[in-house]
Design a protein around this ligand. Structure first.
Ligand code: AMP
Length: 413
């Protein structure tokens, strides 16, 4: 399967080549022809699968095919995303893929001045990427005209639900023309998202991208059992001894993320933190420090990490396991993206056992465990299925989990 066989026009193929993509990812090869055929799509696909291009490319194609010439652009494709970071990334993708086409993409989200957004909307855009709250502000002030919207995309539907945006989305849908195409992307389909889909969509084609594409194939995962109060030292040790050049560390709370970033920095490992309490400016700065290498470590909460598009991220660390197993998959999706192998390391204390088991159940496989020499937990733990080897004979008879000693590789020169 190649991009040219998907029926995309030359300007888009050229941009794809310039992006360095050679073959479409599964969600792209399945979604693009269906969107081009005019049908609604409901796709189960997570970040990291290439889903943005799966909707952006056919939308650009459709808009470029029948764009009224010589007029101010009219807003014909609306993309709603849960976070400002994701909105910015998606808008950037539209601009990248559409760089050889005469189409414009606008971006509106909260937390920044509304004036420049009003100006941008006044000049006219073909595509608008927006977070729901700010879009409703614009609609209330009549600074956005939604009457020509032909295509609606809801990106990360389940996240929108988690963040309480479903009512806003319903209000926005009520402002749109009834006759339109709808695309819904969501990692999971809880009942409320299904109901929303039933209400807003017209016999959608359902596409499911296996979680596997994101998990085992591309990401080396390991668990380091370690006591809670040793985690920080263990993390510094790993970063140094394994010479991780760029690492995204997940913490559970905003406060924890800040504290960890401060401690690592004091420890001589410059780290930035990114979470919902930070202003947009501070988030952008933290991200840019990380991307340019000024900060080797970015500590993030789950919510803030959504939609961060950091390419070729070699390593992700779960400093604390997430409460929701699905978030583990989202987190490790930050590494091993689109063909590149990544490493996902979880520091797991005895208190987090239950969460680890839930994650392994979701993944349908174990994550290998390795004790870091010098950071052995006070109470060693081995997870075995029921009926497995007796205590004291770890791992025997089950083959399910292993505990190995792990001493980080010596410095390579
Ligand atoms: P997404 O799931 O949309 O966040 O995309 C994940 C990452 O994969 C982004 O960094 C894209 O630039 C990259 N990507 C998307 N499609 C392809 C492709 N066909 N080949 C290689 N990389 C891709």
């Amino acid at each position: 399967m190649s991009f040219s066989s998907l029926g995309l026009r030359a300007e888009l193929l050229q941009a794809i080549t310039e992006e360095g993509y050679t073959v479409p990812t599964p969600v792209q090869s399945q979604t693009i022809p269906i969107v081009l055929s005019g049908k609604d799509v409901m796709a189960g696909a997570q970040t990291g699968t290439g889903k943005t291009a799966a909707f952006a490319l056919p939308i650009l194609q459709i808009l470029s095919e029948n764009r009224p010439l010589g007029r101010r652009p009219r807003l014909r494709a609306l993309v709603l995303t849960p976070t400002r970071e994701l909105a910015a990334q998606v808008a950037e993708s539209f601009k990248d893929y559409g760089r050889h086409l005469p189409l414009t993409t606008g971006l509106v989200f909260g937390g920044v001045g509304i004036g420049p957004q009003i100006e941008q909307l006044r000049r006219g855009v073909d595509v608008l990427v927006a977070t729901p709250g700010r879009l409703l502000d614009h609609a209330g002030q009549k600074t956005v005209d939604l009457s020509a919207v032909e295509i609606l995309v809801l990106d990360e539907g389940d996240r929108m639900l988690d963040m309480g945006f479903v009512r806003d989305i319903r209000r926005i849908i009520n402002l749109l023309p009834k006759l339109r195409r709808n695309l819904l992307f969501s990692a999971t389909f809880p009942d409320e998202i299904r109901r929303l889909a039933e209400d807003m969509m017209n016999s959608p084609v359902r596409i499911d991208i296996e979680r596997k594409t994101l998990d085992a194939d591309l990401v080396n995962q390991r668990v380091h059992p370690v006591d809670r109060d040793k985690k920080r030292a263990a993390l510094s040790h790993l970063i140094r001894s394994e010479e991780w050049s760029q690492v995204l560390v997940f913490a559970r709370t905003k406060h924890g993320a800040n504290r960890l970033a401060d401690q690592l920095t004091r420890d001589g490992l410059p780290a930035a933190a990114i979470h919902g309490n930070k202003s947009q400016g501070a988030r952008t700065m933290a991200l840019s420090d990380f991307k340019t290498g000024r900060a080797r470590i970015l500590v993030a909460t789950d919510l803030a990490s959504r939609g961060l598009d950091i390419e070729q991220l070699p390593c992700v660390v779960n400093y604390e396991l997430p409460q929701v197993p699905e978030d583990y998959v989202h987190r490790i999706g930050r590494t091993g993206r689109a063909g590149k192998t990544g490493l996902a390391v979880s520091l797991v204390s005895i208190e987090e056992h239950g969460m680890l088991l839930d994650i392994e159940k979701l993944l349908q496989h174990d994550i290998p465990q390795e004790v870091i020499i010098g950071f052995e937990p006070a109470v060693p733990f081995v997870i075995r299925p029921k009926n497995a080897a007796a205590p004291g004979r770890p791992g025997r008879g089950s083959g399910r989990s292993t505990v190995r000693s792990f001493s980080p590789s010596p410095r390579r020169r």
